[in-house]
Every structure is written in structure tokens, then in C-alpha cells.
Design a protein. Structure first.
Length: 386
């Protein structure tokens, strides 16, 4: 079989063209401190992708902000089907169709979950979560299981990651909708992490709050815009990444019944203020009233997005490290912890200039990335030399 090598313009990338393939896959070799990485562009035809989930058969579901889900082939190169018929979304600003997750018992139940910005009357919107049975590429028995309270004006800070706990309850991250103080108001679910059962019922062991009128689904409060979330592989505890204002992006270990400080405390500064130590909200330091973040980015924000704890066999040196996308930072971050203490961080793929929206580990142990530009990328190690 004959092969041709092309040049990926501007980046010095080796592109292998194989006869019979619908399109050549573009590849690039990049260095990390531990590996020489091969970055492969699998697909460049997605439209504002936000979240992804692998089906048991290896195909990939990708949400597109306008309100549809792309079903990709096992190799990621083809959109086999566009799944429509979802509830209407408020697709403006940061809103639209957002995260997607499979039921822990998907092989038996066929339940598919997704989060989205739900429009309301009078120009308001709010994060909502729906589910439906995905059977032969079609959605059946669609129902909305959760709605953020209240809907408000604006098109920002929907949060919106979905993570199932080990007990199969569902964590939903909810942004502050750029309204600030409601993140401390227990009668609202703005700026919170909430926890519900798979059908939307409230778990009996959720935190019991003393505040009058506190919403029973609230698990933690004081969050700004958590766009990344994952379970720690050792403890099963939820960790999340969230946007600060100017600086002050955070990684937090989410504890039931705890307050993470926003908007009273942050290592960041309000927009319009000169960035520096003196403008940090509450002086920056969260404790003792609020939970201190485990990691921060100062003085410049990276806008953290989707994250995972890597657990596969392909990159053994990265096992249990966080891999996290960034939007303003246009990079993939690798963060290593010893318990709750960050011991190392590394910025990867920065030369690409891509806004990395989501990061997932595939069934093959490789790392898959979604970029706002519409690309699906895959990271694999280069073969060891004999």
C-alpha cells in the first residue's frame, strides 16, 4: 500500500494519507515531561461541541450547543447520525446544549442524560437536566429531571457538568449566572453543586441545612462557574474546576455541606480592577469560614473546562493525575496531587491555540479532547524505540 506524507501548514505536522480513507488524519508529535505524544485530529466537522460520552460499543456522543447530539463512528472520523428531538435550548452566549452522560446501568436501562440552558418566558433561562432512552439512535421517553431555581436573565455561567457518584446519584454543577450573591442564597440553586437521584428525587442522605427555605438538593455552595468535574478514583469524592474572575481559577474537592466562598472570597479580582494582591476578594484566603481551594491560577485566568482523573494503562506515569482543558489558556493541563496537595503541574498543547472544552478517557485508554473550533483530537503515546 502506498502512503503520502503531507505538511500540516503552520505547525510542522506530519500527515499520513492512506488510500481508501475518507479523509487524511492530521498528526503532530509533541513533547511532555514524561512522554512524546502523538496528537491526531480525528474530526474537524463538529459545530460548537461541548460534552462527550463513549457508548459501550465504542462510538462517541458529542453535544453541539445549538441543540443536537452527533453520533460519531468508533474511529471518530464520521458523524454517523445527528440525534435531534431534544427539548428546546437557549443557544446564546455560553448557553445551549451542554454536557452528556450515560446512566451507570446504561447497558440495561438505555438512559442518556444531558444538561442544557432551558429558555423561559421573558428572556430568562436556567440550567436544566433531561434524560431519555437512547434506542437504535432515537430518543424515547424524554423527561426533564431537574431545573435550576430560579431562571434569570443573561447568557453566562451555566456550569453544567454531570457526574454520577459511586452510589449512582447524580451531581450537577450550577454556575452563578453572573449574578454573584445568589451563590450564597440557600433558597436558590444558582452557584451550587446539587445532588439528585437518577429520576430527580432528592437523596435521603443529602446535607441538612439550617437556613430557612434551603433547597434540599444543594450539596455545596459558593461556586462561580464549575465547568469541569470528576470523581477521584481512590476516594470516590467529587472534584471540580471552576472559573475565577480575573485570576483565581480553582480546583476544589467538594465536601457535602461546605461553602466554597464565592463571591465573598476569591484569589481573583473583579473585572475592571487592576490585578494584584490588594484586590483579591476577601483578601483571597478562604478559610476558616470557607473551604480553601486545592489549586489556584493567579494572576491570569486560564478558564478551566472539562477534566478527568486519568486511570488507564496507556500513560502509566499519569495515573490518577488530573487532565483538564482550558479556554482562555488554550491548553491541556496535567496536575498531580499527593492527597490534597498539588505537587506538580504541566501545560500541554499550548502551541495549538485551541480552546479545549472537554477531556475524556476512551475505552482504549487514550485521551480525547473537544475543541471549540469543532475538532475532536486524540492523544496517544509514540511507540517506544527498540
Amino acid at each position: 500500500m502506498a502512503y503520502r506524507t503531507l505538511h500540516w501548514r503552520g505547525l510542522g505536522l506530519a500527515v499520513l494519507c492512506v488510500p481508501g480513507l475518507a479523509a487524511a488524519q492530521k498528526t503532530q508529535l509533541l513533547k511532555s515531561s514524561d512522554y512524546t505524544l502523538q496528537l491526531t485530529e480525528l474530526n474537524a466537522g463538529l459545530k460548537s461541541p461541548w460534552g462527550m460520552a463513549f457508548l459501550p460499543d465504542g462510538r462517541l456522543l458529542v453535544t453541539q450547543k445549538s441543540g443536537s447530539i452527533a453520533l460519531l463512528s468508533r474511529d471518530g472520523g464520521r458523524i454517523e447520525q445527528t440525534i435531534t428531538g431534544l427539548p428546546r435550548v437557549a443557544s446564546q452566549g455560553q448557553g445551549g446544549l451542554l454536557d452528556v452522560a450515560l446512566d451507570p446501568d446504561f447497558a440495561r436501562t438505555s438512559w442518556l442524560y444531558w444538561s442544557y440552558a432551558e429558555p423561559g418566558e421573558g428572556g430568562v433561562s436556567g440550567t436544566a437536566v433531561a434524560r431519555a432512552k437512547l434506542i437504535n439512535g432515537r430518543l424515547q421517553s424524554t423527561e426533564i429531571i431537574y431545573r435550576q431555581i430560579p431562571k434569570v436573565e443573561g447568557a453566562g455561567h451555566f456550569g453544567s457538568r454531570l457526574v454520577f457518584g459511586r452510589d449512582k446519584s447524580l451531581f450537577i454543577t450550577l454556575g452563578d449566572r453572573q449574578k454573584f450573591t445568589p451563590a450564597q442564597d440557600m433558597t436558590q440553586t444558582i452557584g451550587k453543586v446539587v445532588r439528585v437521584q437518577r429520576d430527580g428525587r432528592i437523596p435521603a442522605d443529602n446535607p441538612v441545612w439550617k437556613a430557612t427555605g434551603a433547597r434540599p438538593e444543594i450539596y455545596s455552595l459558593g461556586h462561580r462557574n464549575p465547568q469541569g468535574a470528576a470523581l477521584h478514583p481512590g476516594t470516590g469524592v467529587l472534584w471540580l474546576s471552576e472559573h475565577g474572575p480575573q485570576g483565581g481559577d480553582e480546583i476544589n474537592r467538594v465536601q457535602a455541606g461546605k461553602n466554597y466562598g464565592w463571591p465573598t472570597a476569591s484569589y481573583g479580582c473583579h473585572y475592571g480592577e487592576p490585578v494584584g494582591e490588594e484586590c483579591r476578594l476577601g483578601g483571597g484566603k478562604h478559610s476558616p469560614k470557607f473551604v480553601e481551594p486545592l489549586s489556584i491560577w493567579v494572576p491570569r485566568s486560564i478558564a478551566p473546562s472539562g477534566m478527568l482523573f486519568y486511570t488507564g494503562p496507556v500513560f502509566p506515569k499519569w495515573r490518577n493525575h488530573i487532565l483538564m482543558g482550558s479556554l482562555a489558556g488554550t491548553a491541556l493541563w496535567r496536575i498531580q496531587f499527593d492527597g490534597d496537595k498539588e505537587v506538580r503541574r504541566e501545560r500541554l498543547l499550548g502551541e495549538l491555540g485551541e480552546r479545549i472544552r472537554d477531556v475524556e478517557q476512551g475505552p482504549d485508554g487514550l485521551v480525547y479532547l473537544l475543541a471549540d473550533s469543532g475538532k475532536l483530537l486524540r492523544i496517544s503515546p509514540t511507540p517506544e524505540k527498540p
